[in-house]
Design a protein around this ligand. Structure first.
Ligand SMILES: [Zn+2]
Ligand SMILES: [Zn+2]
Length: 320
């Protein structure tokens, strides 16, 4: 990892004392959400100055009581990881003290103009920072976006899509996403029925034709034959917070649609909705009860494996 310490980038001293933390559930990814000078792209020599600008802006923010740069780390387009508040200290960027204690905050130098997309080196630097937080800062396996659990567009659609794909390194090497948890790949095998096309299957399985082609190595996307076995990926798990009682999001409706399709638990009177209600938790518990060896205890709470099983049972990808 290319770590740039506070003294190396010329940090000002904090104006107050930090709250100490010993562990977090993981890392949240941010972007700047404001113009980021495009001139940084060709000149790493300017990156330290840009981090100093961020710190100065945070210290002078009239709406926040920040004692320092709010982020734990800031990653530049060249993949250097600049130490913000660093490890073992609560950040100020995730939205409130509980969210700040829950995840480290790693910011990419991406914004609304100038640099608007992450570079490959930047994505590598983000994964370096995530791994560093885990190895030495007590961070758990979660990789989330600022928008998870807080009303913001941060970290922008492009970085958020990358997180949803498991925060992979551009080289395809080990990703920053939750290590052993099942997500995108290998959700199940599907046998092609007569008359089915790849694009039709992509819609049915809520995946993309590109993903299906990549997984199965098919040269021409539309040439598939009845009887052929396809590997079908599952949508990435969006995070446990979307499935607790009272949560509201499109993910809730997606999960409920699968539970309904597979017939778990008591039937809906109206149908799936974007709200997690007690009936939804009973349906989840019914699924968990059936596969109690894998998914138990049947507490009705949805983690990555329950999400995967709900998807698989709704699409005939898992035996029962
Ligand atoms: Zn943010
Ligand atoms: Zn740089």
């Amino acid at each position: 990892m290319k770590l740039v310490s506070r003294s190396e980038w010329g940090a000002a001293a904090p104006t107050g004392s930090y709250s100490r933390i010993t562990s977090t559930r993981g890392v949240k990814i941010h972007y700047e959400g404001s113009p980021v000078p495009g001139g940084l792209l060709g000149d790493h020599g300017q990156c330290a100055g840009h981090v100093r600008d961020i710190q100065r802006a945070h210290l002078n923010d009239p709406n926040e009581d920040w004692i320092d740069i709010a982020y734990s780390f800031v990653v530049c387009p060249h993949g250097y990881v600049h130490e913000g508040r660093g490890l073992g200290r609560r950040n100020g960027a995730n939205g409130n003290p509980a969210l700040n204690a829950g995840h480290y905050a790693v910011c990419a130098m991406v914004g609304t103009s100038g640099i608007t997309s992450p570079t490959g080196a930047m994505l590598d630097g983000l994964v370096d920072a995530i791994e560093y937080c885990r190895a030495q800062g007590g961070a758990g396996g979660e990789v989330r976006g600022h928008r998870d659990g807080y009303a913001t567009t941060c970290p922008g659609d492009e970085l958020y899509g990358w997180i949803q794909r498991g925060a992979p390194r551009p080289s395809g090497g080990g990703g920053g996403g939750e290590p052993p948890q099942p997500s995108g790949q290998g959700a199940g095998t599907y046998t092609v029925q007569p008359g089915e096309t790849l694009s039709g299957l992509a819609g049915r399985f809520e995946t993309s034709v590109t993903q299906l082609v990549t997984l199965n190595g098919i040269a021409d996307p539309d040439v598939i034959q009845a009887g052929q076995q396809l590997q079908v990926p599952a949508p990435p798990f969006p995070g446990r917070e979307h499935f607790v009682l009272g949560a509201h999001s499109p993910y809730a409706k997606q999960l409920q649609t699968w539970l309904q399709a597979a017939g778990w638990g008591p039937p809906y009177r109206v149908g799936p909705s974007e709200d997690m209600e007690s009936l939804d938790l009973r349906k989840v518990a019914a699924l968990q009860e059936y596969y109690v060896g894998d998914l138990g205890p049947a507490d009705g709470l949805t983690g990555p494996l329950t999400w995967l099983y709900a998807y698989q049972t709704a699409h005939g990808l898992r035996g029962r």
